[in-house]
Structures are given as C-alpha cells and as structure tokens.
Design a protein around this ligand. Structure first.
Ligand code: SAH
Length: 418
C-alpha cells in the first residue's frame, strides 16, 4: 500500500527494541523543556546518527511506504518526457542539469535517464548532468548502485559534491546534502515526495489566541512523549499565522518555503523549471501530520526514528514563497497530469508488447494504483515553477503581430502527441 493521503493518528505500536532516539529526546526534553513539532520531526527523520532516513531509508516494498516511481516505470518515463518537452519549448539550450531533491532509491531518475537515452537523437547535442540532493548516507548508497552500478568516488576534490559517478547511460551524477551546494546553471528540478518529509510547525487557535503545538515528555509515564500547547505566543506563531487565517489548526513548513524561494531565484536567474509532486492541499487542510511503519499508520510520537513522519504539502504556501519570481502551475491531480502526459497510450503500447498474462496484470494493477481517484490518482498533485516568460510573452505592445503563440506546458494541458 502507498502512504494514505489523509487521516492523522493511528494505533500506537510497541517501540522497537532499540529506543535510542527516544532516550536521546527524553533526555533533551527533561533538560531543556518542550520542543516544536518541527524540531521533533527533524530529529526523528534526519538526525545524523539515529534519524529514520539516515538509518532505515524506508522507501519501497520491503520498507515502510511505497511511492509512484516504485510502483510503475511509466511514472518516471512520463516525467522524463515532461522535461524533454519543456527543454524543447524553451529553445533546446545546449546544456542542462537534472536536479532531484530526495531521490529515495534512485528509481525515478533511473527511469528518466532511460527515456533520455532512448531519445538520444533529440538530445544528442545537449550536455546533460544529474545532481542529487540527499541527506541519507544509506539511501545515497542505494541510489549509487541503482544509477551507476555502485562505481562512485567519495569526496571528489574538484567539486562541492560529496560523491560522484557516471550513470549506466554515461551521464555524470553528483550527490550533495543541500540544494545550495548544487552548481548554478540551467536546471530542471524534481521533488517527488520530498516536501512532505520536511519539518512542519503546528498551531492551534485557542481562546487566548494562537498557540504552537509542542512535544514534551509525559510526567506520568516514563519515556512517553505527548503534545502540549505553548503557554504563550512563540516566534513561529507571530511569523507564520496570517491575520486572515480562518482555520483553527494550521501546519506550516518554513523549510519548504526556503527551498522554493531558492528554486524560484535559481530559475529566474539561470532558467529551467521545477516539477513538484506530492500529496497536499491548497491551504485548506488542518491536521495532516502522520507516521508510517511497515505500510501502516503509526503514532507520530511513538518510537521516533523507526517510522516515517510526514505532513501534506501546502501548495498555496509554496506558490506564495515563489514570490512572483517564477510563474506557477497547479496543483493538478496526479491522474489528470498523467492522462495529459499520455499514460493511456503508453499503457496500450506496453500491454501490446507484453506476452504473458502476469505482466499484463501487473501493468493494469500499477496503472490503477497511480490513477484510481481512491488510490493515488486524486490525492497526489503536480505543481510547477516556470520562468515568467514561459507563460507570458514579454510585453511587446508596439509589435503585437510578432508574437507567436507560446507552446502549452505538457501535463497541465493536454499533450499534443505528434
Ligand atoms: N523521491 C523518492 C523518495 C521519497 S522519500 C520517491 O518518491 O520514491 C524522501 C526522500 O527525501 C528520501 O530520499 C530522504 O532521505 C530525503 N530527504 C528527507 N529530508 C531531506 C532533507 N532535508 N534534505 C535532503 N533530502 C532529504
């Protein structure tokens, strides 16, 4: 099963044998008091020693949750076509970087590179390189095996990257811990199920005004965590709640905001585009913070470090953080995006080419997972950042007749299959 799209909570499970992360947090909370949900989430997911992504990795059938690229190769292939379509619409620049944030097992980039290889004749004069932003040493190893067969060089001297290699298709691949380390240049960015893993702050409206939800140690039960409300306003309640807010409970992910600002500035300056795909909402949902372990909902406060923690992405916040530096498109539902990208035609071709019933059943099953509104079709969304001139002609009032129509952006409009 994929991660569900709504419904916080879940039954508490017994803690894993090693409660190292819980003991570490309990010590910290006893010594210096409650922490924000964002601090808790950051520790639980990416603490360099004990964090969930650092140690467990989680993605895939044998892990805690499965994602669209792990379900079907078609997903990554269509995204590969999206980049080629945008590259052509932007006048086929002679070089681009493909930059993926949080690449998981590396499957998505692997599928994209296969499409690039198949379209060598189209991309022949273009110098392509791959740049992966990944904090987890464990996952970067898995990505290295997937993309390069494991032939990588750690800490290359000539680069800001912590690792480099050459893909099976002959393209240079670099790894970084932070988007800021990726060299500037014309780039296509990709973030699939990345923003939902970044730390959120949670706020609750009370009779006395907005209060921040904090994580504390339960004084009654040893080594058990609980939510409490801040006794007064916190810096975050002052900064992140809009005066016109109508909801009673709000989640904000400032780190997502900072990353979108960076993406938007880079695209404005050097050109390119960003494609963000995730579950989320447009500034309407309230409590979406949840945990997953072994493909089941897991209490977010139980056995930290052993379960994936996640919250819906607020696309209205991402749009706001682009601050008009780029245009934005979406969010559009996954099933509409994939349909516009030609998933039905691709499925037909694969079905025709597959001889055995088991493969055909597998193809139909994975199509259903991605497209069914009750499964991943409706709750996953696509969202894009594009240079302003990609959607609106620069003003040429004096010569309106010289304007040729701008090509539509694939996925967000129906793709014209020629
Ligand atoms: N995109 C993949 C994996 C999603 S899981 C897929 O769809 O299958 C989230 C990914 O983001 C993991 O690779 C995780 O290690 C990475 N990640 C989480 N927090 C991160 C951070 N702050 N910086 C960089 N990568 C991060």
């Amino acid at each position: 099963a994929a991660r569900l799209c709504s419904g916080a909570g879940g039954e508490a499970e017994a803690a894993d044998g090693d409660g190292a992360m819980l003991r570490h947090l309990a010590r910290k909370l006893r010594a210096s008091g409650p922490v924000t949900v964002a601090e808790y989430m950051r520790e639980a997911l990416t603490n360099p020693g004990q964090g969930y992504y650092t140690r467990r990795g989680g993605v895939g059938e044998s892990g805690d949750f499965i994602t669209s690229p792990e379900i079907s190769q078609v997903f990554g292939e269509l995204i590969g076509i999206w980049y080629i379509s945008e590259w052509m619409a932007m006048g086929k620049p002679n070089t681009f970087q493909l930059v993926e944030l949080g690449p998981g097992r590396g499957t998505l980039t692997d599928d994209i590179l296969r499409v690039f290889k198949q379209l060598t004749s189209v991309l022949s004069k273009c110098d392509v390189s791959v740049h992966l932003v990944e904090v987890s040493p464990k996952l970067s190893e898995i990505q290295a095996v997937m993309l390069t067969g494991g032939k990588v060089q750690p800490n290359p001297e000539d680069k800001s990257a912590y690792m480099k290699g050459i893909s099976k298709t002959g393209i240079p691949v670099f790894w970084y811990r932070d988007i800021q380390d990726v060299p500037p240049g014309y780039s296509f960015y990709l973030a699939h199920e990345f923003f939902d893993a970044l730390p959120i702050h949670k706020f609750q409206r009370t009779e006395k005004g907005w209060r921040e939800v904090l994580v504390d140690i339960d004084p009654e039960v040893p080594d058990q965590l609980r939510f409490v409300l801040s006794p007064s306003k916190t810096p975050a309640t002052q900064n992140f709640i809009q005066p016109e807010e109508t909801r009673d409970h709000v989640e904000v992910c400032p780190e997502a905001g900072v990353i979108v600002q960076r993406l938007a500035s880079r695209i404005e300056k050097d050109g390119g585009a960003a494609l963000v795909a995730d579950y989320g909402h447009d500034g309407t949902k309230t409590d979406t913070f949840r945990g997953f372990r072994n493909h089941k909902l897991h209490d977010v406060l139980s056995a930290p470090g052993t379960a994936d923690l996640t919250a819906d992405v607020d696309f209205s916040y991402l749009r706001k953080m682009a601050q008009g530096r780029t245009a934005t498109l979406g969010p559009i539902k996954q099933r509409e995006f994939l349909k516009n990208m030609g998933i039905d035609l691709r499925l037909q071709v694969l079905l025709q080419n597959s001889g055995d019933t088991a493969t055909r059943e597998q193809l139909l099953h994975s199509y259903d997972m991605l497209m069914n509104p009750e499964k991943m079709g409706d709750c996953f969304n696509f969202f894009a950042l594009l240079p302003l001139h990609r959607l609106v002609h620069p003003d040429k009032k004096d010569k309106p007749e010289s304007k040729s129509p701008l090509p539509p952006v694939a996925g967000f409009n129906e793709l014209l299959l020629k």
